[in-house]
Each structure stands twice: as structure tokens, then as C-alpha cells.
Design a protein around this ligand. Structure first.
Ligand SMILES: NC(=O)C[C@H](N)C(=O)O
Length: 483
């Protein structure tokens, strides 16, 4: 571009002039949360939001207006003569007026003017009636309208606060946030069934083989999947940064519609170098869980209360904060389950994994307290877990079981013995694909450990939410991806 043209673009009147000011000051409307926190009585304000309830009196109309910024609504008072025609429950409105304290001592906007920004065009079609509480199952049928319900609004604010607290906790403890890839060529450890991805117009591998094409002609010259875990990439990053974590979407194509599974969920995964015992790993996990839980309970007390009082939720699990998490070995767990099988739980044999009923039974046994199950048989755990120094048939791994969900986290010391890892990769047929992973142990290797925790299950636990689909804005599960 010629310099003259360039300069005229930069300095001339070519550009559209905009007025710049920080967000919140634009358009000068005040958020309801700020009104309750800091706005002095007597202020003249513009408020924007949605009508959550409407009461018509002789001369006035009272509106409960919410803008989603907090659980509270602002009562707006307008004289009947100034009430716009399309003012109904559910409409989007803006109101201008003075902030006053009413006779009940509550803040109220005495409005001079209320304008309808967006009316409810089909009033009878709106699935939620004012001041009525609905079951989560009912609300879930309207995923696109769900964010405007009181209970789900509260959930979304809590989720935001929890996500913020997770990032803050890791940052305060010296962890570096790593964005691990969503597209990967490995399925981690066979952590779950994978979603395979390819460009829209590309043939499937099967068709390519039929047509005599080689994988080199594909976009990626290898099979590609949506990530089931960022762990292996974190293990690469931790051998350079010492403490790392990731917190992103994770995908499992499990054909389950259970109250505990999603096809897309958010996983918090952390890895730390120079860790040599499960004790240290348990402390890292317990500190994270306790700290984030107490942050959420403090910062979102109103929303937690609102969620608790709405239908279908069991309320927060306080046992999480009260005492140290329990610990028992896999063998002790099998023993306890064996002694109580029949009446309470079905039989589980030594060497087998635990079913959901076993996990929940063990949590009950621990007094509804989270419990770490440690030292698992190596045969039922993935290749990257470190062989136990005391018993070669075991790995230094743990599962954290919690009320409401059973398994909440899984973690382990990572195998740092080069030849053992090489052997395991060879035996599991992953040697070719994971040569790079083995190489991490070839140069400047260190002992390390890590864990993963499903964020939605964590929300279920701390909030007592039975169904995982009620913890994520737009849940994906079999046959449900249209919205
Ligand atoms: N980062 C982890 O340890 C999580 C584990 N790889 C899982 O997929 O469950």
C-alpha cells in the first residue's frame, strides 16, 4: 500500500468516529447487582432487564425485574397511566426512575417511564409462569429458554464463580495454565469411547482404503479424535514448567444417558513435577476442592440458597469442608464391600473395578465424606500409572469418591521408569503412536503426578444436583446435540 494512501486512511476522515468509554458506562444503564451493592438511594437510574413478575394494583403496577447479574430482582413501580401496552410477564424492558426505599424497607425504582424493548409475542407459548417453581426435568426440555429461569440463572452464576475460583487457586499456587489441544491423534489411555473427526468432505478411512488411497491424502495423516483428556500433553509441558494445569472441554462418546454422563464436559487436569508420593498428590487435590468449594459458598451464598430451595436439588454437601477426606486401599475397599454384599451392594471380586453402587456405598461407609481409594491393581488401570514400589501388581493410583456422584477424580504418580513404560506401551500396542511420550522420560526426566476432575461432577457434589445435565449451559448426550 502506498504510504500516502496508508496515511490518509490513518489520519484522514476515512474512519468512522466512535465514542469510547469503559463497559458499564456505555448507554449508562445500571446493573441490578450494582444497585444492591453500591447505588445510593435517590440516584436517578436507567435499568434494563426482564419482567419476572407483575402485580397490578389500583393505580400502580409493580414489576419484579431481573437482569441476571445477581439472584435479586429489583421492584419497579410505574403508574398505571404510564404502563406500555405490551408490558407483560417475560417481556424485556427498560425503566428510568429514582431509587427509593419503600415502606417495607426494600429498594425500589419509582419509574417515570417504562419501555418494552422486546415484548412476548406469543404470551401463552412461554413455558414458565411467574413465581412458579419447576422441576429440572421440565425446565430441561427448553434448553434455549433455561438460562432465564431463576434456578438455572443461579447455577450459571455459580458455575462462573467456580470456574474463576479454580483458575485463581492454581494461579495462587504457582501453576501455569496450558491450553491442551482439542484435536488429538491419541485416545489417552482408552479413557473412554472417542469421537473421530475429519473434514466434512473427506472420505472415511474405510472408504479411502477401499479406493486404494493412503492416509497421506487425508487432512491429518492419522486418525484424529476429540480429546478425552489433556493429560499426556500436560505431562510434556510439566517437564519444562514444573506445575501445569488445563481446564477445557473433553469428549467421550459413551452411549450413556445416565445422570452422571455427558458427551462433552469440562475437565480440570493438573500435573506437578518432583512429586513422589500419593500423599502429596492427595493434598493437592483436597486443597483445590476445599478452597474452590469454600470460595463458591462464600461468594455465591444467595445463589446457592436459591438453587437449594428450588425443586429437585438436594442442597450443598457441607461434609466436603468439615473434615479431612478419608483414605483406604483398594484391598480394604474390596474387603468392606465383600462383608456388606448381599444386603446393600452386589458382589465385587478382587481385581475388578468398582461399579457406581460400590462407589456410593463406600462414600456412605465413610460417613458421607469424600474418600480416596489408593493402590489399584495395575491390570485395570492405564499404562501411564507408576508401578508400586511395594507390590508390582499394583499401581500408585487413586480415585476420589464423593457423595452424589461416586468417582469424582482419578489420578496417579506417573510411570517414570523408562524401560517399564516402554514395556507397557509395547504390550498395549501404543508404542508407535506414543513414541513422543516415551521420549519425555529419555531427557531430564523427573517424578511427576497428576489428576483429572470433571467440573460438572464437582458442581453436582458441592450443590447436591442429581442430574449432571443441570450443571452445564448446553448439555450434550446421545441424541441431544441440536441446541
Ligand atoms: N488427567 C488425568 O489424570 C485424568 C485421566 N487421564 C482421565 O482421563 O480420567
Amino acid at each position: 500500500m502506498a504510504l500516502r494512501v496508508f496515511l490518509s486512511r490513518v489520519t484522514g476522515n476515512v474512519f468512522y468516529k466512535r465514542s469510547f468509554c469503559s463497559e458499564g458506562k456505555t448507554n449508562i444503564h445500571t446493573r441490578i447487582v450494582d444497585i444492591y451493592n453500591s447505588e445510593p438511594v435517590g440516584s436517578h437510574l436507567l435499568v434494563k432487564g426482564w419482567v419476572k413478575a407483575m402485580r397490578k394494583m389500583k393505580e400502580h403496577v409493580f414489576l419484579d425485574v431481573s437482569d441476571g447479574s445477581c439472584s435479586k430482582k429489583l421492584q419497579v413501580l410505574i403508574s398505571k397511566s404510564r404502563q406500555p401496552k405490551s408490558l407483560t410477564y417475560g417481556a424485556a424492558v427498560e425503566a428510568v426512575g429514582s431509587l427509593v426505599t419503600n415502606t417495607n424497607g426494600q429498594l425500589e425504582l419509582a419509574a417515570e417511564n417504562v419501555t418494552v424493548i422486546g415484548p412476548c409475542i406469543v404470551i401463552d407459548g412461554y413455558p414458565f409462569a411467574p413465581r412458579k417453581s419447576y422441576s429440572p426435568d421440565y425446565i430441561r426440555q427448553f434448553l434455549h429458554l433455561r438460562p432465564r429461569t431463576n434456578a438455572f440463572g443461579a447455577l450459571l452464576r455459580i458455575r462462573d464463580a467456580a470456574s474463576h475460583a479454580v483458575n485463581e487457586h492454581f494461579r495462587n499456587n504457582g501453576y501455569i495454565h496450558i491450553h491442551t489441544p482439542v484435536l488429538t491423534s491419541n485416545d489417552c489411555e482408552g479413557a473412554g469411547d472417542v469421537f473421530q473427526v475429519k473434514p466434512e468432505n473427506e472420505k472415511t478411512v474405510k472408504d479411502m482404503m477401499k479406493d486404494g488411497m493412503s492416509m497421506d491424502e487425508a487432512y491429518f495423516d492419522c486418525n484424529t479424535y476429540l480429546s478425552v483428556s489433556g493429560q499426556l500433553h500436560l505431562e510434556a509441558a510439566v517437564r519444562g514448567l514444573s506445575k501445569v494445569y488445563t481446564f477445557g472441554p473433553t469428549f467421550r462418546a459413551e452411549n450413556s444417558r445416565s445422570r452422571l454422563h455427558l458427551a462433552e464436559f469440562y475437565m480440570i487436569e493438573a500435573e506437578a513435577a518432583f512429586i513422589e508420593s500419593l500423599e502429596e498428590l492427595m493434598n493437592i487435590m483436597e486443597n483445590l476442592i476445599k478452597n474452590v468449594t469454600s470460595q463458591v459458598m462464600q461468594k455465591c451464598a444467595d445463589d446457592v440458597e436459591l438453587l437449594h430451595s428450588s425443586d429437585g436439588n438436594e442442597g450443598p454437601v457441607v461434609s466436603l469442608l468439615q473434615k479431612p477426606f478419608e483414605v483406604m486401599t483398594y484391598e480394604q475397599a474390596i474387603d468392606i464391600l465383600g462383608r456388606h454384599s448381599g444386603n446393600f451392594v452386589s458382589q465385587v471380586k478382587k481385581g475388578q473395578g468398582l461399579g457406581k453402587e460400590h462407589e456410593l456405598y463406600l462414600v456412605k461407609y465413610a460417613g458421607d465424606c469424600p474418600i480416596f481409594i489408593v493402590d489399584w491393581p495395575s491390570d485395570i488401570k492405564p499404562f501411564y500409572m507408576k508401578q508400586s514400589l511395594q507390590d508390582v501388581s499394583k499401581v500408585s493410583a487413586l480415585d476420589l469418591l464423593a457423595p452424589q456422584v461416586g468417582e469424582l477424580c482419578g489420578g496417579s504418580l506417573r510411570e517414570d521408569n523408562f524401560s517399564l513404560l516402554q514395556d507397557k506401551l509395547q504390550k498395549s500396542g501404543l508404542y508407535e503412536a506414543l513414541g513422543w511420550y516415551l521420549e519425555l522420560r529419555e531427557y531430564g526426566n523427573v517424578p511427576s503426578a497428576g489428576f483429572g476432575m470433571g467440573f460438572e461432577r464437582f458442581l453436582q457434589v458441592i450443590l447436591g444436583i442429581p442430574n449432571i445435565k443441570d450443571t452445564i449451559p448446553f448439555p450434550r448426550w446421545p441424541h441431544n446435540c441440536k441446541l
